[in-house]
Design a protein around this ligand. Structure first.
Ligand SMILES: [Fe+2]
Length: 194
């Protein structure tokens, strides 16, 4: 489709979240991080940051923002999965592309200690304020971050596929539904990088 994200590849969306959504999700991720004793990132970073796949709260955001995502990308989309991570000092995000379920990716900034920490998408640094989001073709464009020097930075990831594209069968990340607790599946395959 002419004029879709398949042409422009990535974009910054200011105020993707309302102020109330931003505050709610910031508090949710801080409290989850403070109480977390079981869900840590053992793959991506030496900092063992708190991470969570398919949390009902972030999956709810995935569904709530579907229409807005379709407007922003000019595509009909199917939701795949949500994820969030509380980055802490010395965290990084190595240069990578994503797996098919991340064909249309959205990284949402929900809060931080105000340390600047841009994400680089296709070589362009993109700085986000709380509530802002960057939408990009996760499988096509390389994205990364430099080592984080601040204290905390909370980011939610929403993933979709083009409902008429080659990865349309990855809807719900091949879970039974977005309500399924994917983490507890015996054959759960966590993504290497988000
Ligand atoms: Fe990624």
């Amino acid at each position: 489709m002419l004029g879709s994200i398949k042409d422009f590849k990535y974009k910054l969306v200011k105020n993707f979240l309302t102020k109330e959504e931003t505050e709610l999700l910031k508090q949710f991720t801080i409290l989850f991080h403070q109480r977390n004793d079981s869900t840590f990132d053992t793959k991506q970073s030496i900092t063992m940051d708190t991470m969570n796949y398919g949390n009902p709260a972030t999956d709810a955001l995935l569904l709530t923002k579907l229409k807005k995502m379709e407007e922003e990308t000019k595509l009909k989309l199917n939701p795949t999965y949500s994820f969030w991570r509380m980055y802490t000092k010395f965290a990084d995000l190595k240069k990578h592309k994503d797996r098919p379920s991340c064909e249309i990716s959205c990284t949402v900034m929900v809060g931080s200690d105000n340390t600047p920490w841009p994400i680089y998408i296709d070589g362009t640094p993109i700085e986000m304020k709380p509530g802002d989001a960057a939408i990009y073709l996760g499988c096509d464009v390389e994205h990364w971050r430099e080592e984080f020097q601040g204290d905390w930075h909370s980011q939610i990831f929403l993933h979709y596929v083009d409902a008429n594209g080659p990865f349309k069968d990855y809807q719900n990340d091949q879970r039974q539904s977005t309500e399924t607790d994917f983490d507890n599946r015996a054959d759960a395959k966590l993504p290497d990088r988000i």
